[in-house]
Design a protein around this ligand. Sequence first.
Ligand SMILES: Cc1cc2nc3c(=O)[nH]c(=O)nc-3n(C[C@H](O)[C@H](O)[C@H](O)COP(=O)(O)OP(=O)(O)OC[C@H]3O[C@@H](n4cnc5c(N)ncnc54)[C@H](O)[C@@H]3O)c2cc1C
Length: 448
Amino acid sequence: MLSIQNEKSHALIVYVYDEIEKEATGEAGCWWLYESLKKLESSLKTKFKLDLIVVEGSAQESLSSLIKKYKINRVVWNRLYSKNSINRDSKIKQNLKENGIEVETFNAHLLNEPWEVQNNSGQYFKVFTPYWRKAFEVFKAKKYQITPINLIKPLPHKEKNKWNFLPSKKWYQKFSNYWDPGEADALTKLKNYLSNNIDNYKEGRDRPDLDQTSKLSPHLRFGEISPRMIVNHVMKYKKLNTSTITFLSEIGWREFSYSLLYYSKDLSSKPINEKFNKFPWRKNEKDFKRWKHGETGIPLIDAAMKQIYEMGWMHNRLRMVVGSFLVKNLLLNWTYGERYFQQTLLDYDEASNAAGWQWIAGCGADAAPYFRVFNPVLQSERFDPQANFILKYLPKLSEFKKPNLIFQPYLDENLLKILIKKNHYHQPIVDLKDSRNRALEAYQMIKS
Ligand SMILES: Cc1cc2nc3c(=O)[nH]c(=O)nc-3n(C[C@H](O)[C@H](O)[C@H](O)COP(=O)(O)OP(=O)(O)OC[C@H]3O[C@@H](n4cnc5c(N)ncnc54)[C@H](O)[C@@H]3O)c2cc1C
């Protein structure tokens, strides 16, 4: 998103959808992007009489053409941090400057720029706790000046918007049952969350059967709310207690992920711990498909995979459990999971997603050790004790009556056979204990 201005401070507000944005948005995210831009277009129009121009194609070419056509002499935008965006934006900046156009860029997406938070040796942090201690201090010392948007005057133009980025397969239609993209909902959600839920965050955040997290992630991803606004609201309106401190530290994990994205070579495809380049991953398309479709025969995994497909979002605890199952029990490369989440999450974010997958695979910075294999049955007992979450997405399993059997239907072989016959459920694709041992053996091969 850019604002481009002529000598008289008349401006065009422009969004350019190019190949890099497409990759950074993913398929589900395109629905959010579309809805979000439509809302922005309408609020700019009604509140400020400003138009939003949506352009598809090369950012460099689109900008050059607008600049020429409307005699633009100043361009401003908010910075992005992936390698591809940085390369693109630096080239554009250089090109504009060479052509005498003034350029100014800002930070709206993060609390701090990655280069503002370094350790005493001037290096980036690879461990979260000292990172966040420092990052929070750096943030609190800042002062902001906000330029009100109503100072911008509209520049008359004849551009026609291109809105062709919705996926051809209409699986996104159901998302509107769960989400309301746009700044207004983001702000309402934040306020309601602070009034009603945040004080239960410490205990409730791990329970997918309870609605205890903020669900702000897609709003943050699309810049409808900033992490600064969230942190400032928490500090202004709430007392710091274990729940609010934990909530703030999760915003810290987002920042930490951006620091890793900025400093690592290729966070979404290359393990930070290079030993993992030699990890003996299996290749098994069939198992991967059953994981994606929620047909592994392990109910917590299957319910979680149904959740992501249904609502374009998955609870954090479940992202860890399905991730561990994919990379450890199925021994499939973490990048398969990373790519699948890229397509299916509305909050897909190159930094948090890649850092999350590297964390769960044990190859990232400050990652869960590889030998920590989540047991989905124990996770169900702890975090979905009445099986309410599982039954929401797999209602046929209610035939097993007791939570203990719903968590592991293979313990009642006869009933499971009946359900399989009716195509209502599946045989487990792996034995949890054997596949755990297989993962630990595989890890021995790269350990030393
Ligand atoms: C394998 C894996 C993949 C993930 N992929 C993404 C992704 O693509 N996009 C994304 O935004 N988050 C991702 N996360 C982090 C986390 O799962 C989501 O941010 C969280 O579930 C979003 O729900 P919420 O807004 O209700 O979170 P809340 O619990 O309410 O947290 C508030 C905010 O803090 C941030 N946050 C919370 N937990 C984390 C975390 N572990 N890492 C980074 N930021 C965090 C998010 O911005 C979130 O909106 C991933 C985690 C894992 C383990």
